[in-house]
Write a protein that binds this ligand. Structure first.
Ligand SMILES: [Zn+2]
Ligand SMILES: [Zn+2]
Length: 267
């Protein structure tokens, strides 16, 4: 091309980083020359890409909020588990006070479980947004990625594949494998299954007659146990992924481009 138009470099211009290379265009943000090796997403030079990525607020505070609410859910569910075992052992004529306390901790666990879900999704949204700004997007907008958790049936499969993509982009394939996301998602599916059984029992089977004591206690135990496992696995995933995001952020702040650990080791 002989005539330079907007965004295209003049024919004789060279890259400031690689003087032996011819510039292919100018950066849309700073106007500096960019060679084909330096060109980044959305027509920016590496430094402008770095600056743009740093303009996205980090996800640390959201991760902390998600972990705290998950731990509250974990604590409440663990107590609910113990108290349900107590109720089962005591039998129907057992302690009325224990029954009330059990109902309270179960409700607290239920409510903080909802809170955990909201905080987790807010964190996930920010993580996807940061990766996108760092040129490591997962091919979905942050909002689009969050929707995959909310749409019925889609949310049986999609969140797992999204989380795998996020982990690979954030820390490389080896890191993603070390997270054992299959296990995490297996517990999530187990929760969906137990929750569905519970709804059917409470709203259909036990609607007229009321729940038999032992069966209701066992259901309470199973439900609390699954939530304990679920919150533990979520806490682990959030903490480990956030640690990778922190490392990427530190690399950006130090003036480097974030590179997943696997690639950094291989390089
Ligand atoms: Zn630039
Ligand atoms: Zn260059």
């Amino acid at each position: 091309m002989l005539t330079a138009t907007a965004g295209e470099a003049a024919p004789q211009a060279v890259c400031p980083t690689h003087p032996s290379r011819e510039a292919v265009r100018t950066c849309v943000r700073c106007g500096g020359y960019v060679c084909s090796a330096c060109e980044r997403q959305e027509g920016q030079c590496p430094e402008c890409t770095r600056q743009t990525a740093l303009e996205v607020p980090d996800s640390r505070a959201r991760a902390l909020r998600a972990v705290v609410s998950l731990l509250i859910t974990l604590g409440a569910s663990f107590l609910s588990l113990l108290f349900h075992v107590g109720l089962l052992l005591m039998g129907e004529e057992g302690d009325e006070a224990l029954e009330k306390v059990t109902a309270v901790v179960t409700t607290v666990g239920f409510l903080s479980g909802y809170g955990s879900r909201v905080y987790f999704l807010m964190w996930f949204h920010r993580v996807v947004r940061q990766l996108q700004a760092q040129g490591a997007g997962i091919g979905r907008t942050p909002g689009g990625a969050v929707w995959m958790w909310l749409i019925p049936f889609v949310n049986f499969v999609k969140p797992f594949t999204l989380m795998k993509d996020v982990a690979e982009k954030a820390g490389g394939a080896r890191f993603a494998a070390s997270l054992h996301l299959g296990l995490w998602w297996g517990v999530q599916l187990l929760f969906y299954a137990v929750d569905t059984v519970k709804r059917v029992l409470v709203k259909v089977v036990w609607k007229e007659s009321g729940a038999p004591w032992d069966a209701a206690c066992v259901l309470g135990i199973v439900m609390a146990l699954v939530v304990v496992l679920l919150t533990l696995s979520y806490v682990r995933v959030v903490r480990e992924l956030q640690a990778r995001m922190d490392r990427r952020r530190a690399a950006l702040e130090a003036g480097n481009e974030p590179v997943p650990e696997d690639e950094a080791v291989a390089a």
